[in-house]
Design a protein around this ligand. Structure first.
Ligand code: SAH
Ligand code: SF4
Length: 396
């Protein structure tokens, strides 16, 4: 399969009024917010200050009602309310796993749904955010990959997932009583590992992450944001330059033959091309190690030879290898490698000098684990039979 061109979103650069209804301020960059304020007659001289004030209300304090923005004149608040809205996606359901993992089903414009997962740990809380409804790619082990791409999420819908989780966790500080920054945050890390390929929705993902990183708002450090890609090579350098977050790559195989089957984008950009792009990443982004994600599939990619090849391939790249025990989903054509096999694989990598944590599956009882996400509202693109046929590698 050749990689498809990214679907471009009708991203609003000049805010507009009806016919689509009032402009949503959530997801606008600072520049776009400024344009929006100027368009309703905010004096040029005041624009910068108004942007700062409104930005802080929305992203620092979590306020959704213009009437509560008490440092703005009443008449100006009314004017804002006439022209704009502050809206985030609607939470339709929440499931809480035995292990505390929360899976939210979130409805976005058009009635589509995406999933968002919150994973609490002792020293951190990670939100797994979606970037698309469905995915154009068809990785054979991934549940989302059986679903058609419906559309890209807007930047407001992406940052809105973070805001919704903060609502649910009750983590917005109270205006006027400090920033609430005592102790570790409940929501301290973001991983772009939900539904979709974030690098096929680059601009919206970038704008949303810039908002999440902004020091006058949600204020998450770029080192607490990890973007996971299946390997959209031309966008990797751009990610370093324009977002600067940590990078994870869905590697999953050590030969092109196997990777072509597991991660079909490999037919467009193969392992050698991917590694070249990854080699340049840490310098470009001034960031630390790249995470190589490796899903452990029984008798497919889990031999000692694979482990040794993997170590050889990534030589010279500051790396951590994250072994993901395969999470099954209804109709999935693979099985999880045996535990002893995973440990042996991890040991070879560890002895070669790499950290090789085995990712503990979280939220399995609510189908919230990696690669299990799929919105119930969208039609499947393939039958189980087709998936199995395409994943011929599983029967080798
Ligand atoms: N599209 C991006 C990010 C979303 S997937 C990407 O492919 O990287 C997040 C991670 O979960 C990826 O490493 C993906 O390969 C992995 N994954 C997908 N399905 C899985 C499954 N069933 N079990 C375990 N990991 C899976
Ligand atoms: Fe898409 Fe990532 Fe799933 Fe592949 S693993 S189908 S790129 S979401």
């Amino acid at each position: 399969m050749s990689a498809q061109a990214p679907i471009t979103q009708d991203v609003m650069t000049i805010p507009r009024k009806a016919p689509e209804g009032p402009v949503n301020l959530v997801g606008l960059t600072r520049d776009q917010l400024r344009q929006a304020l100027l368009s309703i007659g905010t004096p040029e001289k005041q624009a910068k200050m108004r942007v700062n004030q409104i930005w802080q209300w929305i992203y620092q304090w979590g306020v959704r009602d213009f009437a509560a923005m008490t440092n703005l004149a009443k008449a100006y608040r009314a004017q804002l309310a006439e022209n704009f809205v502050i809206e985030i996606p609607e939470m339709v359901s929440k499931q809480v796993s035995m292990d505390g993992t929360r899976k939210y089903l979130v409805r976005i414009a058009g009635g589509h749904e995406v999933e968002v997962v919150y994973i609490p740990e002792t020293d951190r809380g990670t939100l797994c955010v979606s970037s698309q409804v469905g995915c154009t790619l068809t990785c054979s082990f991934c549940h989302t990959g059986t679903q058609k791409l419906v559309r890209n999420l807007t930047s407001g819908e992406i940052v809105g997932q973070i805001m919704m989780a903060r609502d649910d966790l009750g983590e917005w500080p109270e205006p006027g009583v400090g920033t609430g920054e005592s102790g570790p945050r409940l929501l301290s890390n973001i991983v772009l590992m939900g539904m979709g390929e974030p690098l096929y929705n680059f601009d919206n993902v970038r704008d949303a992450m810039k908002i999440a990183m902004d020091g006058e708002g949600i204020s998450l450090s770029r080192r607490r944001i990890t973007l996971s890609t299946s390997g959209v090579v031309p966008e990797i350098a751009k990610t370093a330059e324009e977002i600067g977050c940590l990078l994870a790559v869905s590697f999953h195989a050590t030969t092109d033959e196997v990777r072509d089957k597991l991660v079909p984008i490999n037919k467009r950009w193969n392992i050698a091309e991917l590694l070249d792009a990854l080699r340049a990443y840490p310098k470009l982004s001034n960031s630390e190690r790249i995470t190589f994600e490796y899903v452990m599939l029984k008798d497919v990619n889990d031999t000692d030879e694979d482990a040794r090849r993997l170590v050889k391939l990534i030589q010279g790249i500051p790396a951590k290898i994250n072994l993901i025990p395969f999470n099954e989903w209804p109709g999935s054509p693979y099985q999880r490698s045996d535990w002893s096999r995973i440990e042996k694989f991890a040991d070879i990598i560890y002895k070669a000098g790499y950290a090789s944590p085995i990712r503990t599956p979280r939220g399995e009882d609510i189908m919230a684990a990696c690669g299990q996400l799929k919105s119930a509202t969208e039609r499947a693109r393939k039958s189980r039979k087709q998936i199995e046929a395409e994943a011929g590698v599983a029967q080798q």
